[in-house]
Ligand binder design. Structure first.
Ligand SMILES: [Zn+2]
Length: 111
């Protein structure tokens, strides 16, 4: 019979249901004869089940994440040539034109 020490590294994968065929057979054979390891497998299995039931994200986070994703997608698909997306650029352009017109007016009026 395989010892409890040999079984220990296999218990976690077995409880998670990801142990390969050989490891699964070894664990199942051992726990039929060993009460202590059988209890450990049951406890690990319960922990694995409880962990699977936990939500991946806290409540409310997934809806906020979905909203944020929609905003990012909308921003990515909007027309990049619309000037309303560049308020600083529009302001700087208007200020430059105003200064240019003022300088031209001063120059032609000879002031
Ligand atoms: Zn054992």
């Amino acid at each position: 019979m395989v010892s409890c020490t040999d079984i220990e590294p296999l218990l976690s994968d077995y409880a998670d249901g990801i142990a390969d065929e050989r490891a699964r057979r070894i664990v199942e054979r051992h726990v039929q004869l060993c009460t202590r390891c059988r209890q450990r497998v049951q406890a690990a299995h319960q922990v694995a089940q409880q962990l699977r039931r936990l939500p991946l994200l806290p409540a409310g986070v997934s809806s906020r994440a979905a909203r944020f994703k929609r905003r990012l997608e909308a921003r990515a698909t909007r027309d990049p040539w619309r000037l309303e997306h560049y308020p600083f650029f529009v302001s700087a352009l208007l200020a430059s034109l105003l200064i240019l017109i003022t300088l031209l007016a001063l120059f032609y009026l000879g002031i």
